[in-house]
Design a protein around this ligand. Structure first.
Ligand code: SF4
Length: 250
């Protein structure tokens, strides 16, 4: 009888162990009770999928309203040479997020981001067509959304108030697989741990990842490119491969 009670207790412990651990199936999976684990993993996957779907539905509902709010922004109107015309592109389906500087005058006139010679060069660098670049697969979120005018014969720096006012709110509704920081304003704001833009470009393109820094493709940076030939000969290959991988999995 004593022996029988001991066997029953052990069996109870075994069942407790099995049930207790399957509660965390997906994180810790014991070797026994495979049927129950499979059921629990499937249940967990369904819950994860429902949460992702709810997130996505929420983003789809909120993004149009937020973009309308951005397009009505007048926060730094008194510092701009023209009435504000915020230029950005964002879709919940975007896989690649490009954070550039600020629209130039041609982008301002056409209300299309990167619609100039710098944009042509950037598309060449990334190995994508205009159709891809302006498709919902890409989001364009410059450090300032309005043309800032000129300073010392070049485009003025992006107004500092823009990115802190809007970026975080837009980004919570996006889920890009790859983020490209174009130019030093974007790099300094998002990746200040790098002392220079060159350090940031070199480090982020040394291995494929979720975030790359590129120099601004403006002709004013031709000298930077000729001083850093590794960028065109090696770094661009990394970037193009990663861009194609991300687009292929969309
Ligand atoms: S630059 Fe940005 S903060 Fe300034 S008016 Fe345009 S959208 Fe608003």
């Amino acid at each position: 009888m004593v022996y029988f009670n001991s066997v029953v207790k052990r069996a109870d412990k075994l069942i407790d162990y099995c049930l207790g651990h399957t509660r965390f199936a997906g994180i810790y999976t014991p070797l026994f009770c495979p049927g129950r684990n499979q059921y629990t993993v499937n249940q967990q996957q369904r819950q994860d999928s429902m949460m992702r779907s709810n997130d996505s539905n929420t983003a789809h509902r909120q993004l149009p309203n937020l973009l309308a709010e951005v397009r009505a922004c007048r926060l730094c109107a008194d510092t701009l040479p023209h009435p504000p015309r915020p230029i950005l592109q964002a879709d919940c389906a975007a896989r690649i997020l490009i954070i550039g500087q600020a629209p130039g005058i041609k982008a301002h006139d056409s209300a299309l981001p990167w619609n100039d010679a710098s944009g042509d060069k950037l598309r060449r660098w990334l190995g994508v067509t205009r159709e891809q670049f302006y498709s919902p697969q890409f989001a364009h979120l410059p450090m300032a959304f309005c043309f800032p005018g000129y300073k010392n014969g070049a485009d003025a720096p992006p107004p500092k108030i823009c990115a802190p006012s809007w970026h975080a709110r837009v980004m919570t509704l996006l889920k890009p697989a790859l983020t490209l920081h174009i130019g030093r304003y974007s790099q300094q704001y998002y990746l200040p741990e790098y002392a220079t833009l060159t350090d940031a470009v070199r480090a982020t393109t040394a291995h494929g990842g979720e975030r790359f820094v590129l120099p601004h493709p403006s002709g004013r940076n031709n000298r930077w490119q000729s001083r850093n030939p590794w960028f065109e000969s090696h770094a661009l290959t990394q970037i193009q491969q990663r861009v194609q991988e991300v687009l292929a999995t969309t």
